[in-house]
Write a protein that binds this ligand. Structure first.
Ligand SMILES: *Cc1c(COP(=O)(O)O)cnc(C)c1O
Length: 460
């Protein structure tokens, strides 16, 4: 249904090659409709392409295998916030990935997925003393965000030795990308210890020299919208600081560099650009010493591993028009696409039209809005978009939503969190497995204070 695919034309490929991403997606949509995974009772679901996730994980491993000296330890930890689902973490662990966590909840998900502590990294700007104590006891890698947190870690390390790799997150202050909220390396970002403020560099070098157990250095320049050269500049700044610390220490004290995540995703087409290989090769050119085997490496990619491997599929409930503009009122709105609805210019999504049976829409495109079910006027996932005419009972798919969409719901209007199903395709069949059940009405009542219904009237 689109000319841009990440594979060669299937006609030129042997029969046993996997189907291209778009073909797999169309088959999954058709099968999901036919089997009632999306229905009147559950009018919106998330779908995850399991083979696609494995391919993305494989591409990440291969990209770094290509640039590192043989034998260099590399831990690819998946940023859990991008798809906070235990079966996804388990699938990625099966592909050799670890987990980057930023809260007690995310850590618990990683543990439920059997991600070992030594393959888990804790980054958060607001870790409590109890969280730090727990992580250091378990042997989870910890990156201190600021001097006060480092002082807490000092006390914990004094009271009990830890198997954890401990580092400091630095803000290289190399500048922002096209989305302010995603840019973590501006002069005033809330994350990490700044590198360029007056006295900061000297403080950092001293902090390491005073603490022989501080052996890692972490940076994450930002997420979607940060251009590759800026990401590489951030990594280079962290690398140069590690070299300076090691020179001052007269030994290789910093042995692990955590270079963060942030590879941007192309939301315009089915092409995966830039690729993990593009980024790894750029890093090899810009920071060659990073890969010569002296440093163990940690990465923390999220969006780039999952985005293209998931979609939100929703029924069109009504088709209407206002002011001459057709509007498809669907069940996919702000509850599954919070960033797209509130910041549409930063987070535009492709929308694909499917008919009532789940076949790709074929009508002559008309300009229309695609609205969600929520009670505010801005609940639109696409404005003035050219799409085949949509009618009640048809379906829409929000593409490239495998990361940060259906796994990060917004409970507006008490709409349920939708079910998520993983799928695989063979030439003859589509197989599904439920990765998360839809939230039920009793669950919504319970989490909305149902068990405390008389708490306020009986307060006295
Ligand atoms: C969010 C985050 C990531 C992942 O970013 P992506 O853009 O999803 O790759 C990695 N590291 C840290 C510290 C983060 O906050």
């Amino acid at each position: 249904m689109t000319a841009a695919m990440s594979y060669d034309e299937p006609a030129a490929a042997p029969q046993n090659l996997p189907l291209p991403l778009a073909a797999r997606r169309d088959r999954a949509v058709r099968a999901a409709v036919a089997r009632g995974l999306v229905s009147e009772a559950e009018p919106v679901v998330g779908l995850l392409d399991v083979a696609g996730i494995r391919e993305s994980a494989g591409a990440l491993r291969a990209a770094f295998d290509e640039v590192v000296a043989p034998g260099t330890p590399v831990l690819h930890s998946f940023a859990v916030k991008a798809a906070a689902l235990v079966p996804v973490l388990r699938l990625l662990a099966d592909e050799g990935l670890g987990a980057e966590v930023a809260s007690p909840g995310e850590l618990e998900l990683a543990r439920a997925a059997d991600v070992p502590p030594e393959r888990t990294v804790l980054d958060s700007p607001a870790k409590t003393a109890a969280e730090l104590r727990g992580a250091l006891a378990l042997g989870i890698a910890v990156n201190a965000d600021n001097p006060e947190e480092l002082a807490r870690i000092d006390a914990l390390v004094r009271s009990a030795p830890t198997p954890s790799t401990v580092g400091i997150r630095v803000n290289p202050q190399v500048g922002g990308g096209s989305i302010g909220a995603m840019s973590t390396a501006t002069a005033t970002s809330k994350f990490g210890v700044t590198l360029q403020d007056e006295g900061a560099r000297d403080w950092l070098v001293r902090a390491y020299l005073d603490r022989p157990w501080l052996t890692a250095l972490h940076t994450h320049t930002g997420s979607q919208g940060v251009p590759l050269p800026l990401m590489a500049a951030g990594v280079r700044a962290a690398y140069e600081l590690a070299e300076e610390i090691n020179a001052a220490a007269g030994r290789r004290q910093v042995t692990t560099l955590d270079i963060g995540g942030g590879l941007p995703v192309n939301f315009d087409s089915d092409e995966t650009t830039p690729s993990f290989a593009d980024y790894a090769r750029l890093l090899r050119r810009e920071v060659p010493g990073l890969f010569d085997g002296r440093y163990a490496l940690i990465t923390e990619f999220g969006r780039s591993l999952l985005a293209k491997n998931g979609l939100v599929l929703a029924r069109v409930e009504y088709a209407k028009s206002a002011g001459g503009r057709p509007i498809a009122v669907t069940h996919a709105g702000v509850q599954v696409a919070v960033r797209t609805v509130f910041a549409p210019d930063s987070w535009p999504l492709r929308v694909a039209a499917y008919d009532a049976q789940g076949h790709p829409g074929t009508g002559t495109p008309v300009t229309q809005d695609v609205a969600g079910p929520c009670c505010f006027a801005g609940d639109l996932v696409a404005r003035a978009r050219e799409l085949p005419p949509l009618a009640a009972g048809d379906h829409v798919a929000l593409l490239d939503t495998g990361a940060y969409y259906f796994s990060n719901p917004f409970s507006y209007n008490s709409l349920p969190r939708p079910a998520v199903h993983g799928f695989t395709t063979t030439p003859d069949e589509v197989h599904f497995a439920q990765a998360r059940a839809a939230q039920t009405l009793p669950e919504i009542v319970t989490e909305s204070g149902g068990p405390h219904s008389t708490a306020l009237t009986t307060l006295g």
